[in-house]
Design a protein around this ligand. Sequence first.
Ligand SMILES: [Zn+2]
Length: 366
Amino acid sequence: MHWLWKWTIIGGCLLVTFFFISCMAIVGMYAGGSSSPTGCLETQPAQAVAAVADTTQWDEEQREIAGLIIGIGRERGFSDRDIKIALMVAMQEAKLRNPKVATDHDSLGVYQQRPSQGWGTPQQIVDPVYAINKFYDVLATVDNRDAQSLLDVALAVQNPSRKAYLSSNNYFPGWEDEADALLAGSGAVAPVVTGVRQVVCEQALEPEVAQVASDWQLPLRDPYRLTSGFGSRIDPVTGERGAFHDGLDFAAPAGTPIYAIADGVVIEVRVTAVSNGWGNTVVIDHGQVKTRYAHMQHQPAVQAGAHLKAGDTIGEVGMSGKSTGNHLHLALYEGGTIEQRSSGPVYVPGEAIDPVSFLQEKGLKP
Ligand SMILES: [Zn+2]
């Protein structure tokens, strides 16, 4: 056969592969990068797809996602066990589909990755090639994973804090058999040619550390209910009318993580067993304002003097101090002074300001 014909056929085959996941061509992959002056690296993400057998269990969209997970995994040299985990997590998180609208917080795409947790922009995350490569990027950082259970490896990538309440039965219901079947029925891997290039900046992806676009964010990301606003109210403990409430109350389950609402320096950490006052408390100086986070369940997760980034975890919701239920009391102040006491620095509040209107100015609606 003439060489030109050969290449025409291979080219046509690649196009067919991209759309129908059926071609059996095996062609070498290309990868590589070039440095840009911004400290970011422009790379070609691994883009490959495996043939997946037609089954009644999975429809065309689901088989396409499975084909990408297997293809990209093989292309990047991951073991079948790693690829199986990647399949099982995708089955659990979004049923091997690519949801482009968030229904749980800001979770998007094949792996329900969250922009607020540093996984990428919403546009990136809803690109399955990007999302799958991101999953494998983090999977590659899990040491010793062959010695760990499938669930432990999966949650090490997705969210280690969920280990506390998830078991294989509720996170991987039947998915191991399904993933084994897909892998066993999968065929050759072929490159996907989309021309998409990806810009990867130098900071390592750490799913537990938020990298936020905005300078300001809300103190809770899990569901909460606002129970008491700023200003005069009936005191919930004394029943006294007109007691001034200097903050905003977010009712949430005990243990809900609390995040710093902006960059700042911790100016007070209070640990107390006294059932009065603010209980276990952190105060952060953000320059423009100071924020107090009160009634934490345990000793706060930060120490006085620590420099924080917006979104750093500082403690957990609780009901220490004067509190009738689990909630975060968030207060914002201007001015005030810091007194050095034997127990450490103590912030003497300046003027309390309304958290709702302040946050609204920052584009946030608590
Ligand atoms: Zn309060």
